[in-house]
Every structure is written in structure tokens, then in C-alpha cells.
Design a protein around this ligand. Sequence first.
Ligand SMILES: [Zn+2]
Length: 300
Amino acid sequence: MRRLLKRTVERLLVASRAPNFATRRHRSDILVIAYHNVRRAGRQVNGDPSLHLSEKDFEQQLDAILETHDVIPLQSVFERVEAPRRARIVITFDDAYSSALEVAVPMLVQRGLPATIFVAPALLGMTTWWDELGSFPGGLSKQVRGVALSRHRGERQAILKAAECSSGAQADRVVPAIASLEQVREIAQAPGISIGSHTLSHRNLAALDAEDCMRELLESRRWLEVQVPGSIPWIAYPYGLYTPTVARQAADAGYRGAFRVDGGWIRPSADLDAFTLPRFNVPSGMSLDGFRLRIGGLTA
Ligand SMILES: [Zn+2]
């Protein structure tokens, strides 16, 4: 009932064209969208359900963006534009899910839209702990996720060992996989597509000591330089988690900027902190009206 009410309110607000008004207010701002996976039509997957958008939802969202916004490459977020015509959007994907590369990237390329994919090299060709645990009946509880991120510092092996589950333990589960290195290299050649860092092994940087944190930041950047020529020195913090020390280390490691996974719009200004840049995370199941309201700057 509450869901129905929410969708009705969203419908009415969109019909009132209120988002168009709000978008004008955000004409000088930039919204960086964070996606994770996009699954093929008709394909059910297990795992953390909030991360796996349907192909149809993704396509409708792209078309909604094109109606009202300009899509710019991530590397342009600091470029000042005199009197921008429309509010600007940057499209990003975390984790490099295989299906996101196969389904979403061709849709972007077809429309001539740029996007950045944040890659954690140690996850390539693997499944993630959150999808493995989320694929069992009952899903991944907040409490288990909290323990995984704090006690086990977001480390895949340690978490799966503690949970006593291993990849493919149950044949009827379809746990989405992260792309292979070959896939990432191939997609990096697509027009407008750039590859950034998501650290080396997707651990919780906020729970690591300074030395381990620096290794995650530095080695992933170096790895990308060698393995994926043309990659860009930008990073998305795994789980969106960081501390002021982590942000300083990301700057020291030579990145140009670092992203959270929440926080909304970037308002370009002289004192903008390049290492805690906000994004707008799009979970699966968000209604198209809800999406229009968010990119229209009408809801936080
Ligand atoms: Zn991630």
C-alpha cells in the first residue's frame, strides 16, 4: 500500500512537470549516477537484489536522461562550463559485472553516451561475497553485512570462509559474475568507455591500516596502467566507505578524484573536495517516475 501511494505521488509530481523546473535550478550542477549490474531481459539472477537492474529499466532510464540532461565523461566533472544549457550527468558502474559490460555498455555506445567502469582487479572472473551470501534464502541481512564489513573488513575469502559457503555450492543458484580481464580490456576500447579503479581487492578501506590501504590504492592504479592502457586515475571507494585519512591517501596515491556511493549532486565550487565526491546510487526496482524525480533534483 505504501509502495502504491509512493508511486502515485511520484506519478503526480512528474505529471506536474515539477522536475523540469528543478532541473533548471541544477543547471550548473552535475549528478554522477552509480550503477552496478544490468541483467539480461528474462534472466533471473540471485545475489544482492538491489544491485541487479533489469535491462528494460536501464534502457528507460537512459532515454529519460537524454530527454532532459547532457551526459558528460567523468573526466570532465571539474571543467567549468559557462552557462550550461542543461544539467549534466555522469554515468558510472561499480565492480565491472560481466552482464553490465555485455548488456548496458552496448546500449550506451549505441546512444553515443560516455561511461566509466570501476574495476577491482582481484575480483575479475569471480563472484562477490555479497552476491554469494545474498543468493541464499533470506538474503543478506544488515547485521551480517555489518560484520562482513567490520570484522572481516570486506575481504571476500575471509567472509565466505566464515559463512561456510563457497562459489557454486548450490547448483540452482545463478550468482552473477564479475567480468574477466579480457572482457574489461575489450570494453575499454569501446568509444566513450573508460576504466577507473575500485581498489585492488574491494576491501573496506575504512577498516584497513594505513599500509594496507595504500597498497589497495596504489597497486590498483599501477595494475590498471599496465593491464588496461588508457585507464583513468579516478577511484570509487568500495562500499562507498572511507575516512579522512583514506581520502588523503587516495590523493597521495596519485588519483585525480574519488567517489562515494551516496550524497547526490556535485555543485562545482573552488572548495569542492575531489576525494569525497558524491554520487546517486540507483537500486533495482526504482520506478521510472522516481528516477525522473531524482535526476530532476526534486527528491534528495
Ligand atoms: Zn563495489
